[in-house]
Design a protein around this ligand. Structure first.
Ligand code: BDR
Ligand code: CA
Length: 306
């Protein structure tokens, strides 16, 4: 049976390819996409989610979630993702709007009417934390939570903090202590899947509409990663590792750890502490089969054959 997924995201160049992988009906029953602020404002990330699913013809409801973190001030990431949040590819103009239900409410309703749902987050965890706080009963309907965020080593926005966790550290701690099985895919893994020149030429050879989108988006993404982070080899395609880990159970090596987030506003603010304690709350990704990951991306791009 296909796994049921809710994808909570902030597209975002790398989120775009988490959506592309999750839209494959041969593997998943994608129940809902919820959006929030992060890479750009929630209005922009929602428009980007709409553009992506319309372009790829993925049949899924889209609802707009939170535009503000629970406690801290909002941060955005235009230096990587541009003014639109998804600079580099011109989508046709679509008339579709997002559904009228608020994203947090939609997440709650979708969970309460389904069982064994995997909730995947590739942005801040504000929507999921609010859903848990407003309706703890949803936990009985969640099979597991898989998130891209944090790191077992250093961060990308500060020496200690990774962007998604830094966007809403308080929400991350609520999710991490919710008691359901959680899988964390952090920078220690996603920095190994770099969109190199070889990757771009391999995907461009597919020559379908999804491959053209990949090449155009990744050209801008890589230029911004080089300018901002000095990553000259290629940018890390963080978010789709979450979905890829469900397509192939052997893609990732996991280690049980205790993960918590630093909330005090010093230099370690938003750091994910990953400790080898008996009281673990998380399976942390510690290794990845990089070649297999790119096979999964290629197969995903080929799936949208037009
Ligand atoms: C994360 O931050 C965002 O900019 C990316 O989309 C990814 O989810 C990486 O730190
Ligand atoms: Ca993201």
């Amino acid at each position: 049976m296909n796994r049921k997924i809710i994808l909570d995201c902030d597209p975002g160049h790398d989120d775009a390819f988490a959506i592309l992988l999750a839209g494959q009906k041969r593997y998943f029953d994608l129940l809902l996409i919820t959006t929030e602020s992060g890479n750009q404002t929630v209005e922009k990330t929602t428009q980007n989610a709409i553009n992506l699913v319309e372009f790829l013809k993925i049949d899924v409801p889209i609802t707009m979630g939170e535009n503000h973190p629970l406690v801290r001030d909002k941060i955005l990431c235009p230096e990587i993702h541009g003014e639109s949040g998804l600079d580099g590819f011109e989508f046709p103009k679509y008339s579709r709007k997002c559904d009228s239900t608020n994203g947090v409410q939609a997440m709650i309703e979708t969970l309460l009417t389904n069982d064994k749902v995997t909730v995947v987050t590739t942005g801040a965890m504000t929507n999921l934390a609010l859903a848990i706080k407003n309706c703890p009963d949803i936990l009985n309907h969640i099979e597991e939570i898989i998130f891209m965020g944090g790191s077992t080593s250093d961060g990308n926005i500060t020496p200690a903090a990774e962007f998604n966790i830094l966007c809403d550290p308080d929400a991350s701690n609520i999710v991490l202590s919710c008691g359901r099985p959680i899988r964390m895919i952090g920078l220690n893994i996603t920095r190994r899947v770099l969109v190199t020149k070889d990757v771009i030429s391999r995907i461009s050879e597919i020559n379908n509409k999804a491959s053209k989108m990949f090449v155009d988006l990744m050209t801008v993404f890589n230029a911004n990663q080089a300018k901002t982070f000095g990553l000259l080899e290629g940018g890390p395609l963080h978010d789709p590792v979450t979905i890829a880990s469900m397509i192939d159970d052997n893609l990732i090596t996991w280690k049980e750890m205790n993960v918590s987030v630093e909330l005090s506003k010093g230099p370690l603010y938003a750091k994910t502490y990953c400790k080898n304690k008996k009281s673990h709350n998380c399976y942390v990704a510690v290794d990845i089969d990089v070649n297999r990951f790119w096979d999964i991306i290629e197969e995903g791009v080929r799936y949208y054959f037009e």
